[in-house]
Ligand binder design. Structure first.
Ligand code: PMP
Length: 296
């Protein structure tokens, strides 16, 4: 994956600069200790032009993440949205992934920093998973206990845990990991939330041990709109070995069908699952087509 070339422009601390001219601090707490916050946002080439999907929701979460991590951050939702559109425009991007990163100021001690630095970069985006249906394993790496970090913050340091789980899954020959919480109940993917279908109902993990995904919330809204039964509940991993269907959802992953969990295939073909309906509706929604036309 190539994220930039010599002409790529990013926003860094009040200026649009070429990446080669950008010099972020090597003494930021983010680089050394993971005390930073970031977002992952998608833009789409819609019938109404280039549109960022749910920018306010993402930037609200970024501001909240900074607050939870005690990182000073003073941009408004509107400023952040406009800056993101400008980054897209300056790089001639339409269907893209936007990455804002708030880096804590210079401080090699473990105390809170006085300053922070904002970078916004973007790059062309297609699909997160190349396979149409992914094979998932139950990870031996658990999500951190909610008392051990701010699990609801999209904190850079939390992703060491995600990378470990993803690496383990690929090492074992799977496409992705499904992670459990410290009670041994299903949490989600290293970078996405999880849903499964049983007897005509979709289930997802309640908030508490997971990142409150914007896509997860969108899926819940789509289900309400289309009158598909959806429930939040604590899920035991054993329940999944007999699931009718399942999927991951996230800004990057969108709605990604799961073909098997620990080599147990899903009972239903993806095309006849509730997830398939949600997948089509989500695609219509991000492309600003009328998703209510999905045939249920
Ligand atoms: N959980 C984790 C751990 C993630 O990194 C992500 C991706 N941001 C998600 C869930 C999904 O969140 P969203 O739908 O807001 O992208």
């Amino acid at each position: 994956m190539k994220y930039y070339n010599e002409d790529t422009i990013i926003f860094l601390d009040g200026q649009f600069v070429k990446i080669r001219d950008a010099s972020p601090s090597l003494f930021s707490q983010t680089l050394h200790y993971g005390n930073g916050a970031f977002e992952g946002i998608r833009s789409y080439q819609t019938i109404h032009g280039t549109k960022i999907f749910k920018p306010y929701e993402h930037f609200e979460r970024l501001i909240q993440s900074c607050r939870l991590l005690h990182i000073p951050f003073h941009y408004s939702l509107e400023e952040l949205t406009q800056l993101s559109y400008q980054v897209l425009e300056k790089n001639n991007l339409s269907s893209a992934y936007i990455r804002p990163l708030v880096m804590a100021g210079e401080n090699m001690a473990l105390s809170r920093t006085t300053g922070s630095s904002l970078m916004i970069a973007a790059w062309t985006w297609t699909k997160y998973f190349t396979r149409k249906e992914i094979d998932v394993c139950i990870s031996s790496i658990q999500r951190p206990h909610p008392n051990s970090t701010k699990i609801e913050a999209k904190a850079s340091g939390n992703y060491v845990n995600s990378i470990m789980a993803s690496n383990e899954a690929r090492h074992r020959g799977f496409d992705e990991a499904l992670m459990l919480d410290t009670n041994g109940l299903v949490a989600g993917a290293p970078g996405a939330n999880f849903f499964f279908e049983k007897n005509g109902v979709l289930y997802t993990t309640p908030l508490g041990s997971i990142l409150p995904g914007i896509t997860r919330q969108t899926v819940i809204e789509i289900c309400r709109e289309l009158e598909l039964p959806i429930k939040e509940k604590w899920i035991k991993p054993e329940e999944l070995l007999n699931a009718d269907s399942a999927f991951f959802c996230g800004t990057a992953a969108e709605i990604s069908a799961i073909g098997s969990i620990e080599r147990h295939p899903m009972n239903k073909p993806w095309q006849s699952s509730l997830g398939f309906i949600v997948q089509q509706a989500y695609e219509n929604m991000v492309m600003e087509k009328n998703y209510a036309y999905v045939i249920v």
